[in-house]
Write a protein that binds this ligand. Structure first.
Ligand SMILES: [Zn+2]
Ligand SMILES: [Zn+2]
Length: 337
């Protein structure tokens, strides 16, 4: 596993691509996209969707929020998590036993001093922290997170992430009132920690650096430029993309029927539900149509696989069904369930 990206290197990349456009945007705009992508990330993990895409987007918006606030995310992360849990001041975290009190029962001022000392030692050992090392660090401080995830799923992990996201907004409004940034920096460090930890558990043997570098291989993935020239809310054409995907599925069903016209009686009506979905671009209609195509074709695929007389034509029909089903997979991230 390579450690290509440090916090600084990724901040720099995000700033090169999005520094200009983010300058024009306000905090709330950038923060709302961070929330949106974290929620889609949570869903993609629950539904076995393309979580790497939403990890890339969530980290990008998180670094954009930090850039907007002129916060050095790597530094605030290392300050809050200097190779120890900031509450029990040890690793692995013992908060479960100490109820978030320091293991050595040290008073608050002494705790602060030990955390600062640990931070200084960490900074002296390396000026830059790589993202992969930060992921490992989360696993070392909080091994229980992985155990909870493995036993009960990702719910607890994401409820903690969303709690921290809410706290960013509260800290931001505090910052607007009194100009004090420390609370905000701590909350940004917490969101960073939960996101890194989620990657470390869900994509244990994959490199986050590679995922992020791949995502930006052609600069901004939407306009393909660096600096990005996307206008505000330029993600709107999703509706048109949905329409195009629905049309692709419909065309494939037409092709399938032309391979074996006897199928028309069985799946002909799927075409009219596709037409309705394309017409209304309603998510409910689209989900219904996609769902019924999936059910009908999965059933048909099963029946063909059971049959003994597999002819050249049945093979073609089977390949066509498989191709439609794999197209339907791409809907999963947007219309799960
Ligand atoms: Zn702890
Ligand atoms: Zn762009």
């Amino acid at each position: 596993m390579q450690d290509a990206l440090t916090f600084t290197a990724f901040s720099k990349k995000i700033n090169e691509i999005y520094g200009n456009v983010n300058e024009e945007r306000d905090f709330e705009y950038i923060y709302s996209y961070l929330c949106r992508n974290c929620s889609y990330l949570s869903r993609s993990i629950l539904r076995d969707g393309n979580s790497k895409l939403f990890f890339a987007k969530s980290f990008s918006w998180l670094f954009s929020v930090a850039g907007k606030l002129e916060v050095d995310l790597g530094d605030v992360f290392r300050r809050k998590y200097p190779r120890a849990c900031p509450y029990c001041v040890t690793a692995p975290c013992q908060c479960n036993e100490t109820h978030r009190a320091p293991v050595n029962k040290a008073p608050a001022h002494a705790v602060r001093l030990s955390l600062i000392n640990m931070y200084n030692t960490d900074m002296n050992s390396s000026a830059e922290l790589g993202l992969e090392k930060a992921i490992l660090r989360m696993g070392e401080i909080y091994p229980a997170n992985k155990a909870i995830w493995k036993a009960f799923g990702s719910f607890y992990h994401f409820s903690r992430l969303f709690e921290e996201l809410g706290e960013i907004h509260e800290a931001y409004s505090g910052y607007k009132k009194d100009g004090e940034k420390i609370k905000l920096e701590e909350e940004l460090a917490d969101v960073t920690a939960w996101l890194l930890s989620a990657w470390g558990i869900h994509h244990k043997s994959d490199s986050l650096s590679d995922c992020l570098l791949d995502y930006y291989i052609d600069n901004c993935p939407v306009c393909k430029k660096s600096p990005c020239v996307c206008t505000e809310y330029s993600d709107r054409p999703q509706m048109l993309a949905d329409k195009a995907s629905l049309e692709e599925v419909k065309a494939k069903i037409v092709e399938l029927i032309s391979l074996d016209p006897s199928l028309k009686a069985e799946i002909g009506e799927l075409l009219s539900s596709m037409d309705q979905a394309i017409d209304t671009v309603s998510t409910v209609d689209a989900k219904q149509a996609v769902g019924s195509v999936k059910r009908a074709l999965t059933q048909m695929e099963g029946a063909i696989n059971k049959a003994d007389d597999v002819t050249g034509r049945t093979n073609k029909v089977l390949a066509s069904i498989k191709s439609i089903l794999s197209t339907l997979e791409s809907f999963k991230d947007y219309w799960p369930g």
